[in-house]
Write a protein that binds this ligand. Structure first.
Ligand code: S3P
Length: 428
């Protein structure tokens, strides 16, 4: 549990931890590549450490000294059958992407994880992988993990995904590496494209047009040097806090601003926020920038459609930010939020209501009538790291004192979050 109070302002500079999606992929692709992959800026959060431990159980030596991760890949067919179930912890990315890789192996394996993972829908990857000829079964028969995967011969498909999900797209593309013929995925809206960019960087033949990605089977991938940019999803808490709290000024350095992830920046601009990108650059195939934010008077906006996949993990903190914006902010087309680490629509509505916000929960989003003060409350974060960090931001803006239970769950994506937030906070 942690207790936070209203802040006077947030000031200074910080570098947020490495991007979670890119960190997972660097270890996964490094493991199935030939040769050494050297990763700097790797996110040392529990989710990405789960990915390392799964590959270690399949015979991939990974050295991790906390600042550099070295993966000694054994090639596309170099994984060994694990002797025990692969524990993915709290990480949906690990279960879903690994399912694609394991479908193409010549051995059987079981994927499992914590209580939250065992409730999350896996049918969305079981369906396309089965169409490719894979044998993937939900052991409890509920469409959820644990999953039993008997790897074998696969064939390419053109999958029309019913959801804009990078995890689904990536599972299919990774299975496509091992398939006969070409594999394509078309999504209803473009989800994050780190898999396409990084697989290409490792030597795979991947093409993208609009919302379709196509992959051809590979003979081998080749180990690379990867420098992971800061995670915009982690920067989001500081962007929101810096904008909401008058007199704040924060410079967040070296953040990944891939256009499939930068929806929060676009929303901040729609809300009239003072947000500037500096030092725009590239890390490997990924664009980066420093982000400067200053306390701003903001107005409400509508967040919907194609924008949603580009800010899906930022919606909890955007909902908090909407409380400081004058007028009615509408978030719609975001039903995916209900099946994240917690039911985030419910968790946001329940906790904002506890803080005195005027918020309505809808089937696929939230309506927030902002511009009125919040007060401190006891926050239930449902072991969801993004709810804990979003409400830490709300706590710094609200009158009085807020407690956040199970605040340790931030270790999933940002182990030092509260310490770094504290260092930038000027108190009353
Ligand atoms: C992720 C994709 C997103 C996101 C998750 C990480 C990834 O999930 O919410 O935190 O690394 O591919 P979906 O693409 O399934 O929405």
């Amino acid at each position: 549990m942690i207790t936070l109070r209203k802040a006077r302002a947030l000031k200074g500079e910080l570098t947020v931890p490495g991007d979670k999606s890119i960190s997972h992929r660097s270890v996964m692709f490094g493991s199935i590549a030939r040769g050494t992959t050297e990763i700097t800026g790797f996110l040392q959060g529990a989710d990405c450490l789960s990915t390392i431990s799964c590959f270690a159980k399949m015979g991939i030596p990974v050295e991790n000294d906390g600042s550099r991760v070295i993966v000694r890949g054994r090639g596309l067919r170099g994984l060994r059958q694990p002797e025990e179930p692969l524990d993915c912890g709290n990480s949906g990315t690990t279960v879903r992407l690994l399912s694609g890789i394991l479908s193409g192996q010549s051995f059987s394996s079981v994927l499992t994880g914590d209580a939250s993972i065992r409730r999350r829908p896996m049918k969305r990857i079981i369906d396309p992988l089965t169409l490719m000829g894979a044998d993937v079964e939900s052991i409890p028969g509920t469409g959820c993990a644990p999953l039993q995967i008997h790897g074998g011969a696969l064939h390419g498909i053109h999958y029309q995904s019913p959801v804009a999900s990078a995890q689904v797209k990536s599972a299919v593309l990774l299975a496509g590496l091992y398939s006969e013929g070409q594999t394509a995925v078309t999504e209803p809206a473009l989800s994050r494209n780190h898999t396409e960019l990084m697989l290409r960087y490792f030597g795979a033949q991947v093409d993208s047009h609009d919302t379709t990605a196509v992959i051809r089977p590979a003979d081998e991938l080749y180990g690379q040097k990867i420098s992971v940019p800061g995670d915009i999803s982690s920067a989001a808490y500081f962007i929101a806090a810096g904008l909401m709290i008058p007199g704040s000024e924060l410079l967040i350095k070296n953040v990944g601003i891939n256009p499939t992830r930068d929806g929060i920046i676009r929303v901040c601009r729609m809300m009239g926020a003072d947000i500037t990108l500096l030092n725009e650059n590239h890390e490997n195939a990924e664009p980066t920038a420093d982000i400067l934010v200053r306390g701003s008077d903001m107005k409400a906006t509508v967040i919907e459609g194609k924008l949603i996949p580009t800010l899906i993990d930022e919606l909890p903190v955007i909902a908090v930010m909407a409380c400081a914006a004058e007028g009615e902010t509408i978030i719609r087309d975001a039903a995916e939020l209900k099946i994240k680490e917690s039911n985030r629509i419910q968790a946001i509505a329940e906790n904002l209501t506890a803080m005195g916000a005027d918020v309505t929960e809808t089937e696929d989003g939230l309506i927030i009538r902002g511009g009125r003060p919040l007060h401190g409350a006891s926050i239930q974060c449902h072991m969801d790291h993004r709810i804990a960090m979003s409400f830490a931001v709300a706590a710094l803006w609200a009158e009085g004192e807020t407690t956040i239970t199970d605040s340790d769950c931030v270790s999933i994506s940002y182990p030092d979050f509260f310490r770094e937030l504290g260092q930038l906070t000027e108190s009353y």
